[in-house]
Design a binder for this molecule. Structure first.
Ligand code: CA
Length: 481
């Protein structure tokens, strides 16, 4: 019994000794889980046959954990780079938006400068008119003379005055003398002074009504213009002004229904948008965008026989751009033509050269220093752009809002802002005669920057304050002036 007790005590003592030399290791395994290792020295072996042991295992486990962490971090880096990609995209989107806004700001800045110039011009003109009024007030009254019967219309070397009297202004302007008599006295100031321009803002004669035989297919004189029909509104500031058109003699690959458009605000105008038809224009889905080799100036472009004709920016050069080959087919200076704000229409906008097409071909409306701002009409060879023939009118170009040509007759519009204005003058290249007319015309959106005859649809096309509008027209029987 004593022996058994002694053995137990020894065992306990040995166990206690063993416990004193035992070691507990804790570490993560490869999968990252916590692992405990309990070791007790061997009573028989002084050393292990191989190196390693719990420390090594622990180190391995820790290394594995580190590897896992590094791997996770690397993955995180990948995700980070993906995040960075998204960030870069967002930044690029922001940059794009910034560029767009900056572009629009620049456009608005340019527009502001243009309007300021226009304002200056208007103020100058007002001052001139004030001085002229003052001068006329201070003049003695002209002696009264009998009314002179009208003489035959004058016609000389292209500079043709309107019919209706020996005085080129008499049918347009009568002004009261000091007694307030506004009877048709001859006005010496106008009679003996140099031939002046027609201001086209005074009395006008109503166009004779068609004699019951309207003719909507053949050529004739314009009788009336219908209400404006809106087809599309431009999406941004670049489209505040513009030109839209159709080719009356379309050439493959483009069909006759194709509608073309150029937004003309900005200093880098060179995009020509093509729409399959009016519906696609209305929906805003262009099927073609052509980049023009030379920058476009203003809203005077036109289309004819597969070519776009336009004025090259800051020059009097007319460019013929072939739509099919997308190359410049011809270019030529329009002799002596003013450009870049020299002789614009009253709204400005560098509308110095206005090209258009009618039944008789390709026309340019512009002015030169020789005629001091009067409208010159030239018929151009559509192939070579050479001037075939020119007419000099007495209409001051900057006194009218715009003009268009139908059947070889030039019509001028009085105002580009008045919602109810008139077509106030017609000049016939057939007879080289002009006369006043009174045909109501509506500027629905109060800022009409382009008006042209669209021969393809026999309508007027206009660009009124972001809006592409068209007007039905009625032509009367051909009438002698
Ligand atoms: Ca025009």
């Amino acid at each position: 019994m004593f022996l058994l007790l002694s053995l137990c005590m020894c065992g306990l003592l040995l166990q206690g000794d063993a416990q004193d030399r035992a070691a507990l290791w804790r570490g993560n395994d490869r999968s990252g889980r916590c692992q405990y290792t309990f070791t007790v020295p061997s009573p028989v072996e002084a050393s292990c046959p191989q190196t390693g042991g719990p420390e090594m295992e622990g180190l391995k486990a820790r290394l594995s954990l580190l590897e896992a962490l590094v791997s996770r971090l690397t993955g995180g880096d990948t995700a980070g780079s993906q995040g960075a990609g998204a960030g870069a995209r967002a930044q690029s989107g922001l940059q794009e938006a910034l560029n767009r806004v900056t572009g629009e700001r620049n456009l608005l800045q340019g527009e502001k400068e243009r309007l300021e110039k226009e304002l200056e011009g208007l103020q100058r003109r007002m001052e001139e008119m004030r001085r002229e009024t003052e001068r006329l007030r201070n003049r003695p009254c002209p002696p009264q003379t009998p009314v002179v019967p009208p003489s035959p219309p004058l016609q000389d070397s292209g500079l043709t005055r309107p019919a209706g009297g020996s005085n080129p202004m008499s049918h347009l302007m009568t002004r009261p003398n000091r007694q307030g008599d506004s009877s048709s006295l001859r006005d010496s100031a106008w009679q003996y002074g140099p031939p002046g321009f027609q201001e086209l803002k005074a009395e006008v004669t109503e166009v004779p009504a068609p004699d019951g035989s309207e003719d909507n297919t053949g050529c004739g004189e314009l009788v009336s213009v219908g209400e404006p029909v809106t087809h599309r509104k431009a999406d941004n500031i670049a489209g505040k002004y513009g030109v839209w058109m159709q080719d009356p003699e379309a050439v493959s690959p483009y069909g006759p229904n194709m509608v073309w458009r150029i937004d003309t605000i900005g200093s880098d105008v060179r995009q020509l948008f093509g729409y399959d038809d009016m519906d696609q224009l209305a929906k805003g889905f262009p099927s073609k965008v052509l980049i023009l080799p030379e920058l476009v100036e203003s809203t005077g472009a036109t289309l004819y026989r597969g070519s776009l004709y336009y004025q090259r920016r800051r020059s009097r050069s007319i460019i013929r751009f072939d739509l099919a080959s997308e190359t410049t087919a011809a270019r030529r200076d329009l002799p002596h033509a003013g450009f870049h704000g020299q002789y614009p229409y009253s709204w400005g906008g560098y509308t110095d050269i206005d090209l258009s097409v009618d039944e008789k071909g390709l026309w340019a409306v512009y002015s030169t220093s020789k005629v001091r701002g009067a409208i010159v009409i030239s018929q151009l060879d559509p192939h070579s752009l050479e001037v075939k023939r020119s007419w000099e009118t007495n209409i001051r170009k900057n006194s009218v809002a715009n003009s268009f040509i139908i059947c070889g007759k030039l019509y001028t519009v009085a105002s580009y802002t008045a919602p109810d204005t008139i077509i106030n003058y017609v000049y016939d290249t057939e007879t080289s005669l002009g006369k006043s007319v009174f045909i109501p015309f509506k500027n629905k959106y109060r800022y009409n920057s382009m008006i042209d005859y669209n021969l393809a649809q026999r309508k007027l096309f206009a660009w009124d304050n972001f809006h592409m509008v068209s007007y039905d027209i009625r032509l009367g029987r051909q009438q002698a002036n």
